[in-house]
Design a protein around this ligand. Structure first.
Ligand code: SF4
Length: 701
């Protein structure tokens, strides 16, 4: 085979690559390609991604659990027959909602679309949601209510390159998306990089070293901090009053909701000196267009979003951007740094509990009628909104909950919060089916495992964090009896509802997806396979084949009924599981340069595991000295949900009141044993990012 142009399998930056088959079955070498998001760069994960194609424990045949409790190889037909029979029995006894489907933000657009359609049309269940609920759902909820549209970055990433200031709230770009750092260069050189993070991450270090600002706020206090930044801007007359009048629905509301957030008050909650808050606000304002600056951006990541008040925290960031007149202005704006590879496309095509393709609401009668027409069913056949991810997991195996779960592209027993409960709920099921590439921790619990294709073995489309639709291309054949997730949907549909067959051809499914998205918020109808193959950079909405796509949104109007952005008053709230005498520190979770999400792929790459082989707890030297804990010694972390023992990594990069643990590890290294599943009331995002924890030397227990 010849060289093939495709994109990295991991994060939403979707760095462009060229794959060269190297002669060994299934193996490729990777080279970066020049592309606007990565500019010829790749991170360590991208360089080593080919190793995942040939890992020794790659799943190559379907597995079914036998009477002795072992997973044994079987044929596709036997596995599909078994699953279809069990589904039939369970739905006959308990109703359609007895079967649930859980998707993933790494699935291609075609798989995400087919998964949602399979749930609604074949299974006719309302119980479908996905792991994007754990990722950027708070930003999606906040942008939907403020702008009427959710597109992670409503502008091309390259626009950051001209900015004089960039405020990053809870995003560690330098480790999660290293090639993106090139786009921060101008802002950093201007002393305009401002980073909000309780740790001195690599990104915070870039800000400090570039004479920018690191706001090392108390975990869970971002909302108060952003309210104070907005307060300074408005009280010092730095706000864009003309923009607020012309483009928002309630300028006065913005003043009212931030009036009580003077920096000295915020300092008591955030721990950030009032003078530093004022400095950051002025740096940001100086770069805003109304002051003749080069442009300013406010960007949020999981640090701002994975909270029980994540939607309000992002809303505060949007309000700050509105105060400065940024959204819709060329070279400025607000955006969310989406994390998962297809975190953007994954939330557009109908695998969410409340959504139909085209980013349509499942509760909207017109949307139901349109999509039912595309699918060849009656509108009233379509189920209504279902349970969100955590609520779905918590209902598994309960008297009113699903009895069966099909998981595609998700490793729940590492990536979901409060893992003891997750395992308990999965164990209560009558049927657990997992489609995966490797025997992930979740696959090992399944009754049936389907071996499925991965990035370099499949065709399809992905949508980057900017809403740019990209082609994924196959460079090597899949090994053994591996098939696409699409074959699982098609095989089960053939057995359960043959009158509505499912294609296994990604190009054919993309054609249907285009039709389903037509007229929706995320309109792909003008984006053809051939335009993508010709190399056109196509951002949705793209409503016709002669339409150039829409790289920048909101230039003239927002997606709300009156075209104005909504100013929504929000206020600081304490974290759901706050500090107390027996849990006096904050536990914060996050990511490492070397690993991706649950680590199911990257923990199988030798170079990455050698660099970061095991979980650890970052603790401040002062805490280490108080407890007599030396670097590398075991400590015990205990929260209201569980405990774990792990080595300490003593560093002054973390606040003295904070313990940081990466979440990429499985088994006894899973920090999600400890995290809290308290939900944001709007986005239904669990509060991964902060909870109270007790820290003791492990030998003292
Ligand atoms: Fe690029 Fe992300 Fe892949 Fe790294 S993991 S190479 S930043 S797409």
């Amino acid at each position: 085979m010849t060289a093939v142009g495709t994109h990295c399998p991991y994060c939403a930056l979707q760095c462009a690559t060229t794959l060269h088959p190297v002669g060994r079955p299934g193996a490729v070498a990777v080279q970066p390609r020049d592309f606007p998001t990565n500019r010829g760069g790749l991170c360590r994960k991208g360089w080593t991604a080919p190793e995942v194609l040939t890992v020794p424990d790659r799943l190559t045949r379907p597995l079914v659990r036998d009477a002795a409790g072992e997973l044994v190889e079987t044929s596709w037909d036997e596995a599909l027959d078994f699953v279809a029979d069990r589904i039939r029995v369970l739905q006959a006894a308990h109703g359609n909602d007895a079967v649930a489907v859980f998707g993933g933000g790494g699935l291609t657009n075609e798989k995400a679309y087919a998964l949602g359609k399979f749930a609604r049309v074949t299974l006719r269940t309302s119980n479908v949601d996905y792991n994007g609920r754990f990722c950027m759902s708070s930003a999606a909820a906040a942008t939907n209510r403020a702008f009427g549209v959710d597109r992670g970055l409503p502008f091309p990433l390259e626009d950051l390159g001209g900015a004089g200031a960039i405020l990053l709230v809870g995003s560690n770009l330098a480790e999660t998306m290293p090639p993106a750092v090139a786009h921060l260069k101008a802002a950093r050189a201007a002393g305009g990089l401002i980073v909000v993070d309780p740790r001195r991450t690599a990104t915070a270090g870039l800000a400090e070293d570039g004479a920018g600002v690191h706001l090392q706020a108390t975990p869970g206090s971002d909302l108060a901090l952003v309210l104070a930044l907005t307060h300074v801007i408005l009280q010092e007359g730095l706000g864009d009053t003309a923009y607020l009048e012309a483009r928002t629905d309630d300028p006065d509301g913005l003043y009212r909701s931030t009036a009580a957030w003077w920096p000295e008050r915020a300092e008591r909650i955030t721990g950030v000196p009032a003078s530093t808050i004022r400095q950051a606000a002025r740096v940001l304002a100086a770069a805003a267009p109304m002051h003749g600056g080069a442009g300013a951006f406010i960007l949020t990541g999981r640090g701002a979003e994975q909270h029980s008040k994540g939607t309000d925290t992002v809303t505060a960031c949007i309000n700050l951007a509105l105060a400065l007149g940024l959204p819709g202005r060329l070279g400025s704006g607000y955006g969310c740094i989406t994390g998962q590879g297809n975190g953007q496309g994954g939330r557009e095509h109908g695998q969410k509990a409340d959504q139909l393709p085209g980013y349509r609401s499942i509760a909207d009668p017109a949307a139901r009628s349109y999509i039912a027409g595309v699918w060849g069913v009656e509108p009233d056949e379509l189920p209504g909104p279902g349970r969100s991810a955590v609520e779905l997991i918590n209902a598994l195996g309960t008297p009113d909950g699903p009895r069966a779960l099909l998981v595609h592209g998700s490793n729940l027993v590492v990536s979901a919060p409060r893992l003891a409960s997750v395992r308990e709920r999965l164990a209560a099921l009558d049927l657990l089916v997992v489609a995966d590439v490797v025997p992930s921790e979740t696959a090992l619990l399944a009754d049936v495992v389907f071996p499925v294709t991965q990035w370099a073995e499949e065709e399809g489309t992905m949508t980057s964090l900017e809403g740019r639709v990209l082609r994924r291309r196959a460079a090597v054949p899949a090994p053994g009896e591996v098939r696409s997730d699409l074959a699982v949907f098609a095989g089960l549909a053939e057995r359960l509802r043959p009158s509505i067959p499912f294609s296994t051809d990604p190009a054919e499914i993309f054609e249907e997806l285009r039709a389903a998205s037509a007229g929706g918020i995320a309109d792909y109808s003008g984006i053809s396979w051939s335009r993508l193959d010709a190399g056109e950079a196509l951002f949705w909405p793209c409503p016709a084949e002669d339409h150039p796509g829409t790289p920048r949104l909101f230039a003239d109007t927002f997606g709300t009924p009156d075209g104005r952005a909504r100013v929504i008053a929000v206020d600081h709230q304490p974290v759901a599981d706050d500090l107390r005498d027996d849990a006096p520190l904050y536990l914060v979770t996050g990511r490492l340069l070397q690993h991706y999400q649950s680590g199911a792929q990257t923990r199988r790459v030798a170079e990455l595991t050698e660099a970061e082989p095991e979980v650890f707890a970052e603790i401040h030297p002062r805490v280490a000295a108080q407890l007599g804990v030396a670097d590398g010694r075991p400590v015990r972390l205990a929260t209201a949900r569980g405990s774990m023992v792990l080595p300490a990594r003593v560093t002054a990069d973390v606040r003295p009141d904070t313990v940081f643990v990466p979440f990429h590890y499985g088994g006894e290294g899973s920090v999600n044993e400890l995290t809290n599943d308290a939900l944001d009331p709007i986005s239904r995002m669990p509060e991964f990012k902060v909870c109270a924890v007790d820290l003791t030397p492990a030998w003292a227990v």
